[in-house]
Every structure is written in C-alpha cells, then in structure tokens.
Design a protein around this ligand. Structure first.
Ligand code: NYM
Ligand code: MG
Length: 212
C-alpha cells in the first residue's frame, strides 16, 4: 500500500550459522508472498571502503584494529541514504550482518569494550527485527571448515558468541533467537513467520535509530 514503509530485517550469528543461505531464501519467500523485498550484506565489499575491508579480511593488508572497526561502520553509513530511501518506498530489506557483527567481532579483540565499539554505529537505521541464528559449536563443525579469512578460528568464534550474548541482553532491540541447528527448511519457516509479523508491525511506524 502506498505510504507504508518496508521493514529492516537483519540476520546475525557466528560464521557457519547459515545466514547467507537463509537470507537468500527469505528474500525469495517474502517476494513470493507479495512483499517487495531486497537483500543486502555487510560488509558490502564492492565500494572503495569495502575493498579495503575485503583486503583486510583476506589478510592481504593489515589495518590497525580501531581503524578497521571504523571502516566497517563507515561501510554501513555509506549505504544509509539508500537504505532509508528503499524502506520509505515500501521495500523490505533483508540484511546479512549489521552493526551487531561489528561490535561482536571487534570487542572480541584484546582491550576493546562493548561501549566503545558501539559508538560509531549509534544512530544507524534501527532494525525492526534481528534474527539471531544460533548453532552449537558441534553442529557448526559438521558444516565444513572455516575459510582462510581473519577471525575464522574456533577460539575467536567462541569469544564472538559471548559478545553476541551480551548484545542480546539489550531489550531495546527486537532480537529473536532461532535454533539454526535444525534443518534448513524448519529454520526457513520460522524466519519467514517472524519476518512477516515484523513487516506488519513496522509498516506504519517511523524508522528508529539504533542504540539511541
Ligand atoms: N565482520 C563483519 C566484522 O568484523 N565487522 C563487521 O562490522 C561486519 C559486518 O567480517 N567474519 C566480520 C565477520 C565475518 C567477516 O563476513 C566477513 P562474511 O559474512 O563472512 O562475508
Ligand atoms: Mg565468512
């Protein structure tokens, strides 16, 4: 309907939780149900900032830890005008990772606290729904090994999982925890139901600001 906005739906979780697969399927399913829907991902590696990030993740360049954190955030901010425009035109966005990844990963490094890590992303468009895909380390291990990117080690991912748990204590964010150890189809059905509800709840609400 004209004048109604789309919802901002984010998928989060540790590596190998199935986020990218589920995000793709969710976009297709929502489209089939008649919702105008598009997918986004962060980092968005195609922009100039995104290329710096890609090269860091692939260990082709080293960047100072605060610097790479700020670049991840800048990579989100550079998409904000487009995100707002799409939401306002009624398009629902399904986003594979967002600011929560930024905070969970950097704050898992030595000498970074959650508070500092959140600041650059304060004020971003607030997700109407954050779907957290939770997998046990055992199930994740059956899904094939990590790639060769930085952060892709068991010890680092364990720290990341603890940081996500801390972020999920924040009740100002609409977190929904989904057991992603179930088969793909079950997970998909749950994500679809939660998303349709979020779209319905968000459509006549203003776009919020994250962590403000
Ligand atoms: N990552 C992702 C961060 O460290 N900070 C961020 O802000 C974002 C969005 O990048 N290991 C990390 C998490 C992942 C890596 O993501 C690349 P993907 O979804 O594997 O391409
Ligand atoms: Mg990855």
């Amino acid at each position: 309907m004209a004048g109604l906005r789309g919802a901002l739906i984010v998928l989060e979780g540790a590596d190998r939780a199935g986020k990218s697969t589920q995000a793709r399927r969710l976009v297709e399913a929502l489209k089939e149900r008649g919702y105008r829907t598009e997918g986004l991902r962060f980092p968005e590696r195609t922009t100039e900032i995104g290329q710096l990030i890609g090269s860091y993740l692939e260990k082709k360049s080293n960047l100072e830890d605060h610097t790479i954190h700020l670049l991840f955030s800048a990579n989100r901010w550079e998409q904000v005008p487009m995100i707002k425009e799409k939401l306002r035109s009624g398009i629902t966005l399904v986003v594979d990772r967002y600011a929560f990844s930024g905070v969970a990963f950097t704050s898992s490094k030595e000498n970074f606290d959650l508070h500092w890590c959140k600041q650059p992303d304060v004020g971003l468009p607030k997700p109407d729904l954050v779907l957290f895909l939770k997998v046990s380390p055992e199930v994740a291990a059956t899904r094939g090994g990590f790639g060769n990117e930085i952060y892709e080690t068991n010890s680092f991912q364990e720290k990341v999982a603890k940081r996500y748990a801390q972020l999920m204590d924040d009740k100002t964010v609409n977190w929904k925890l989904v057991d992603a150890s179930q088969d793909i189809e079950n997970v998909h059905q749950q994500l679809k139901e939660l998303s349709e509800k979020a779209i319905d709840d968000a459509k006549d609400q203003p776009i919020g600001k994250l962590w403000e």
